[in-house]
Design a protein around this ligand. Structure first.
Ligand code: SF4
Length: 234
């Protein structure tokens, strides 16, 4: 993790980064579902696939009236796997959805889970096969309304490029860095993660589109590439 003061770039801190992204992209309406159980399904289905594929899987579940804990507990694994096939890794994901549904039922339902504290829910979520840190935190933040920052590959890419994180930073180091430097507010965490995703899609792609990027003047990656190009010219 880098100290903002130590970077060669003019520097930006996580709060300023948020404001720049918010000015550029405006409020993000995440998660694209209101029902917490649907959010949980989406968080599992979206692992390693594009959201468009998740939509197809959710639409099939919707048609079969399976977007409820009660219905999901009754459906067979075979039928579920077939319905969510568009989202990929369908055997693995159907087993994960079933395990998640069983756990929710053991807890007495989503509303009961919401009453528990964040740390103990997170620990239990991580014990469910197929649930990793990113999925657990997405469920905590967007389905259960807990203050838990979601870190994904986009977060690490953008923070790494602007000079706030080292490329080798772990999930928990990135998460700890962000939560130590921004206000602890659920709506801020929800917006911030969504804005990072929007920025990664619009500009900070694997091969970045730096032209018109709202962060170019504070971006270490941009400065290094620019310096390299200038040196090549002279
Ligand atoms: S200037 Fe380029 S590398 Fe830097 S944040 Fe913007 S798109 Fe990403």
């Amino acid at each position: 993790m880098r100290d903002v003061e130590d970077t060669e770039s003019p520097g930006i801190d996580p709060a300023q980064l948020y404001h720049r992204l918010f000015r550029q992209y405006g409020p993000q309406h995440w998660w694209p579902a209101d029902d917490p159980f649907e959010v949980i399904l989406g968080a599992i289905l979206t692992q390693n696939t594009a959201w468009a594929n998740v939509e197809k899987a959710l639409s099939q579940l919707r048609q079969q009236r399976l977007i409820s804990l009660e219905a999901m507990l009754c459906v067979s694994m075979e039928k579920l796997a077939k319905l969510i096939r568009p989202a990929g890794f369908y055997r693995h994901k159907s087993a994960c959805i079933k395990a998640m549904s069983n756990w929710l039922a053991q807890q007495g339902g989503i509303e009961n889970v919401k009453r528990q504290n964040r740390v103990s829910i997170r620990k239990e979520l991580l014990d469910i096969p197929g649930i990793g840190s990113e999925t657990a935190d997405a469920i905590l933040l967007y389905a259960l309304g807990k203050c838990c920052f979601v870190v994904d590959a986009y977060t690490r890419r953008i923070l790494g490029r602007v000079g706030l994180l080292d490329s080798g930073s772990s999930y928990s180091q990135a998460q700890q860095f962000l939560v130590s430097n921004i206000d602890k507010e659920i709506s801020l965490y929800q917006q911030y993660h969504a804005l990072l995703v929007a920025h990664a899609k619009a500009h900070c792609r694997k091969t970045p589109l730096c032209g018109g990027c709202p962060l170019f003047d504070v971006c270490r990656y941009f400065q290094e590439v620019h310096k390299l190009e200038t040196n090549q010219i002279f």
